[in-house]
Design a protein around this ligand. Sequence first.
Ligand code: PEP
Ligand code: MN
Length: 269
Amino acid sequence: LMDIKSDLARHRVKVGGVTLGEELLIMAGHCTIDPKNPNLFYETAQAVKEAGAHAIRGGVWKPRTNPYAFQGDNKSLDILMEGSRRTGLPVDTEVMDEEQLKLALAAGVHVLQIGARNALNYSLLRQVGAAIAGKPVAVLLKRGMHTGTLNEFISAAEYIVNFGNPNVILCPRGTQPGLDGYRNQPDESITPLLKERTWAPVVVDPSHSVGRATYVPACALAAVAYGADGLCIEAHVSPAHGLGDDPKQAVTPAALAGLIREAKALHAL
Ligand code: PEP
Ligand code: MN
């Protein structure tokens, strides 16, 4: 990964119809799928597709700070895959352990997300790397929320590609402590540094970086200005009816459509 002169340096990660590095990849959808309200997810999936997204995100299993908060549900995996069938788009979901990894792969999830809380969980990174070897699956690796150095982030990705599947995507998502008023310290500015040191594509998550829907478009555009290859954005047809981060953080499909237009125009400059 760090040897940008290796053969892998010519590798291009693809998600659905998009080749990273050629076209700006937009992934969008719920923070958390509500297993009691599958239609909300299907409506969001369709709406983000119409807004211009190329892939749908939806949390099935959630790493929650509060142990009494909704932790996700295996049933949401079927909802996620039904959203993929209905839209014809690939889907992304976070896995936190080997059981979830097996279920997600068996269901046909296209992009496995490793969350900020597991960014340096080397046994999980190894399990994921081994499980995806030889499969047409990609991994969206979030930057650890407490990650100190870029080297730690890049080395974590190396754990995955080491097993032979080079489809890893680096995802800055803000670090702690947060800026007063923002959920995290936005870190989209590390994009060009990552790209100097690795061949891996960078897809920035502006949603968790700022944590407030109003400021997501500005952070997304900043990421594109810094050279990001894509964006992963929380969006919801009705944020107030969402779970997890969605009530505060999710943009509406209309806001998403506007931001995709601007992001694409900036990317084309
Ligand atoms: C998420 O994508 O909803 C999520 C929990 O992200 P992170 O791991 O970046 O906090
Ligand atoms: Mn979230």
